[in-house]
Each structure stands twice: as C-alpha cells, then as structure tokens.
Design a protein around this ligand. Sequence first.
Ligand code: M6P
Ligand code: ZN
Length: 191
Amino acid sequence: MAKYFNPFTISVDYSNGKISEIAPIQCHLVDLKSHFSDRKAVEKTLSSGLNPLIYEVYEAFQPFMSGHLNFGTTILNPGKIAKEYFFTKGHHHVRDCGEIYTFFKGKGIFLLQTKNGETAEMPLKAGTTIYVPPGWAHRMVNVGKEELISIFCYDAAAGHDYSSIERTGFAKLVVERNRKTQIIDNPNFSI
Ligand code: M6P
Ligand code: ZN
C-alpha cells in the first residue's frame, strides 16, 4: 500500500515572520543588481562594502512537489536604492497557478502585470489578503519603515519563472519623491 505523506506543523513567529523549522533563502542586494533601476547607485553601495539583506523567504517545500501546496513566509526589509524602495525579484510561475498572500506586518505595494501588458497595483498593510490569479507576474515593495511580512500559499509544482521579468523589467516602479510614495512608469520597460 502506498505510504501517505505525513502531516506536519510549522511554528511561525508572527512578530518577525521567522519559522524555526526552516532555513531561510536569503536575497541580498548583489542578487538584485540588475533589477533596481539606478544601476550606478547599486554599484556605489556594493563598492562601498555594503550588501544589505533585502529579503528572506521561509518555504515549507522545495519546488516541484506535485499535488502539494507550498507555503511559508516572506520578510522584506525596509530601505531604498536611490529613490526606489526595496522589493522582491518578482516572477511568473512556470506552471501557471494562482497564489494567496496574507500580510501581517508592515506597509507595501503589490505590483502585478501580465504578458499582454496589463498592470495592477494594490496597497498592502497588516490584514490585507491578496489573490494573484494565474498569468500575473507579481512583486511586493516595502514602502514602510518596518519589515513587510506575509504568508503565502501556491501550487508546490508551479516553479518560478524569473526570465521574463529579467528581460522586460516591471512596468511600474515604486519610488519616494518629495517625501511621498509614488508609482511611476518604468522608462526602461518593454514587453
Ligand atoms: C513569496 C513566494 C515565494 C517567492 C518569494 C520572493 O514568498 O511567492 O515563492 O520566492 O515571495 O519572491 P521572488 O522569488 O520573486 O523574489
Ligand atoms: Zn509566486
């Protein structure tokens, strides 16, 4: 008889998003070099010896676990490179599927876009739950002063497709101008 996968629990610390049973995946500035719009500001920061931790992801599953749901937390630190706020890399899924995020700390903007050029931007704060339908690339941006923390869930066989975002960039940038958060068109975006 086939052995069933064992049920399990994880412990999320809701004060900081960390999950004690899981080793986080970390993303530093050097990993996002080509994603920030001001490349000179990135190089200046790195060459001064700084390589800040931008975000950490705690994932229950490695990808490509058919039939399972992947879930965990993302902790996106506050900060900016030049005028642009810290963000996650952003991706489509290889195997198209929806995804749910619930935010429990911080303040942000969720950027979405399709390969047809449609875009959407959603404000985020503690208590916001967002449904990302299939076909929408997604990125979160931290526009607050503390960490932006969320719990997510999606098809564990979906995989991440980073290539189209690396090629086109995001259609919108989230920047601070005149001490205000603004969503502007990315001058370097092309489908
Ligand atoms: C969420 C999930 C993860 C994703 C992470 C960071 O936690 O969607 O699957 O890896 O955000 O996003 P990205 O991989 O685009 O940097
Ligand atoms: Zn996703």
